[in-house]
Structure formats: structure tokens, C-alpha cells
Ligand binder design. Structure first.
Ligand code: MG
Length: 250
């Protein structure tokens, strides 16, 4: 069942998501050659403590960190590693969530380390554009199919392969609620969007074929062909007046 949120509940979700956005912004500014995912994870925990909020992912389904850090061929759910030092040209995806008074925030960005190639720029631009186009479809009466279609079509325009196995989700008093928000039309759901639905939309894509596998840590999802990947995510409320991007800084 998809839980519809009231205006007051959407305001609470916005509060959580604004904190996520603020922390992601600070983490982004700190990404440079020589640091690691563990450094970012520590920073995220400290920022949560300072703001008096709880990191949402720490311990969630047994995840061992506050932050997912996925580098280059890693697509999503990367565990921060202390021996993988960021270097010029890397692509670092950071996926982060908090919970405030029981309400969850969730967003992700992919950040270039120093200078990157034109291909990698196309990858980042394409995935971010796919998220933008998906958000434009978030109005009452539209089908969730069109959200997934916007993601897939945009990624293909940028000659990128969408990741169909992983995708977005409803969000609220639980970090993951129904519905599944697919990045591909093939496994998308035909659900009519209604005011009060709140969706975390998270396109992911690679420069390669789009097949994935999980590492032995049982978390980190990587591209099978080791091609570069990117991931962007926003939490979006559907309202009578159209979409509100809760995790975009005011
Ligand atoms: Mg998410």
C-alpha cells in the first residue's frame, strides 16, 4: 500500500531532506584527491551529531556505515573503504539519509574528483538530466510508468545504460516504502500518482553495458564490465501544484 502524506507530514519530510542536502553539500566540498570514503563517513557522522539527527543508513538492514560511497565502477551501496584513496579523475557517488522525529530524508549525488574526461562528464550530465526529467513527470494523474520512461529515455539519449535492478522508492516514516521506482520501463509499475505520494527517485547508469554484480562484501554493486557509473537521487513530494523537490537546498 502506498501511504499518502498530509501537508504537515510533507513539511516534516522536507525538514529531514533539507538536512540531508546540507550535509551532502558539505561532503561534496570536501571531496578531493587523497581522502577516502571512510573520511567522508566520519564527517557525515560528526555533522549528524552536530545537528542532533540520526544517520538513516547506519545499521539499516545491517549496513555498516552512515554513508554509501560508490567509486567509479561501483554503482550503489558502496561501503566506505579506507584503502581506496580518491584520485584525480575518479567519480564518487555519495548516498546519504537521516531520520528526524521518525521521518526520513534520502538523496545522492555523484561528484567528480578534480578534472574528468568528456565521457565522464557526459555520464554525470546524463544521469542528472534523467533525474530532472523524471521529476517533471511527478504530477497528480500521471502514471509512474512515465517517471521510469523519462529516466530510461533520457539516459539513452546520452548513450548511457540504465540500471534496471536497482531504483527508487517511496519514503516517509520508513526509509523504503512502496512503490518501487524503476529506472527502466521494463519493470516499471503502472501506478497513478496522487497528491501526498513522496518518492525517492534515483537514476543510475553506466558508460558500459549496464549489467551488474555484487561484491563479496554483499553490499557494493558494481558494473560487470567495470565501466564507470553515476547515481543521483532526490526525494520528491507530489502535490496538487506539482512536484516539490524536498532534498534540494532552499
Ligand atoms: Mg534511496
Amino acid at each position: 500500500m502506498i501511504e499518502l502524506k498530509t501537508k504537515e507530514e510533507i513539511a516534516k519530510l522536507k525538514y529531514s531532506n533539507q538536512i540531508v542536502a546540507e550535509i551532502l553539500q558539505i561532503l561534496k566540498e570536501n571531496i578531493k584527491p587523497g581522502i577516502t570514503g571512510v573520511d567522508l563517513d566520519r564527517m557525515a557522522r560528526e555533522l549528524c551529531e552536530k545537528k542532533g539527527v540520526k544517520p538513516a543508513f547506519l545499521g539499516l538492514y545491517g549496513f555498516p556505515a552512515a554513508l554509501c560511497v560508490s567509486i567509479n565502477e561501483e554503482i550503489v551501496h558502496g561501503i566506505p573503504k579506507k584503502d581506496r584513496i580518491f584520485k584525480e579523475g575518479d567519480l564518487v557517488s555519495i548516498d546519504f539519509g537521516v531520520v528526524v522525529d521518525g521521518w526520513y530524508g534520502d538523496a545522492a549525488i555523484t561528484v567528480p574528483v578534480g578534472k574528468i574526461s568528456d565521457r565522464k562528464k557526459r555520464l554525470l550530465e546524463g544521469v542528472e538530466k534523467a533525474l530532472d526529467e523524471a521529476i517533471k513527470q511527478c504530477y497528480p494523474g500521471n502514471s509512474l510508468l512515465n517517471v521510469s520512461k523519462a529516466i530510461e529515455t533520457t539516459l539513452k539519449k546520452y548513450r548511457l545504460s540504465p540500471i534496471c535492478e536497482y531504483g527508487g522508492h517511496g519514503i516517509g516514516r520508513k526509509p523504503h516504502e512502496e512503490p518501487f521506482v524503476s529506472n527502466c520501463l521494463i519493470n516499471a509499475e503502472d501506478i497513478t500518482l496522487k497528491p501526498g505520494m513522496v518518492l525517492a527517485i534515483e537514476p543510475m547508469a553506466t558508460l558500459g553495458k549496464g549489467d551488474v554484480r555484487k561484491l563479496k562484501d554483499d553490499w557494493t554493486v558494481v558494473s560487470k564490465d567495470k565501466s564507470y557509473a553515476a547515481h543521483f537521487e532526490h526525494s520528491v513530494a507530489i502535490t496538487e501544484d506539482g512536484p516539490i523537490v524536498l532534498s534540494k537546498l532552499d
